[in-house]
Write a protein that binds this ligand. Structure first.
Ligand SMILES: [Zn+2]
Length: 140
């Protein structure tokens, strides 16, 4: 193995990432090559410097900023928009159900029903409708 091949492997060798065959070849070369031994010593010194430097503490505001960025992201907005649409649909369905209930309770004066349903829904509504209007007018 020549010097340039060994130099390419030195970083991996220093990190213990070489398989045993490559490691043996590098060590065999290092035993007879002072220049590559120096190169390895420099690599290890740099690596020790990097490891001695502590990782920087994240800002206390980092979590808030990340959450704000996630909320602004369109990829996240789409599902919540879908949920909102489903909820709006559910609310609309409830409103329609309430409207139908009001329609059956108060009669055709409040909500006009399709003519087929109208006769079904207003059969028992006339007395209620009458008392509703008379209570509105202050009578009874
Ligand atoms: Zn060498």
């Amino acid at each position: 193995m020549n010097c340039s091949k060994v130099r390419r492997l030195l970083s991996s060798y220093a990190d213990g990432e070489l398989d045993s065959r490559a490691r043996d070849a590098v060590e065999l070369h290092l035993a007879g090559c002072a220049e590559c031994r120096n190169e390895l010593a420099e690599l290890q010194a740099d690596s020790n410097l990097l490891q001695a430097e502590p990782a920087p503490e994240p800002s206390p505001f980092l979590a808030g900023r990340v959450l704000a960025a996630v909320k602004r992201a369109p990829a996240v907005k789409r599902p919540s928009g879908l949920v909102a649409a489903v909820l709006t649909g559910a609310v609309a369905a409830v409103l329609v159900a309430v409207g139908l209930w009001l329609g059956t309770t108060l009669g055709k004066g409040v909500i006009s029903q399709p003519s087929g349903l109208e006769s079904l829904l207003t059969v028992n509504a006339e007395p209620t409708l009458g008392s509703y209007y008379s209570s509105l007018l202050g009578g009874e």
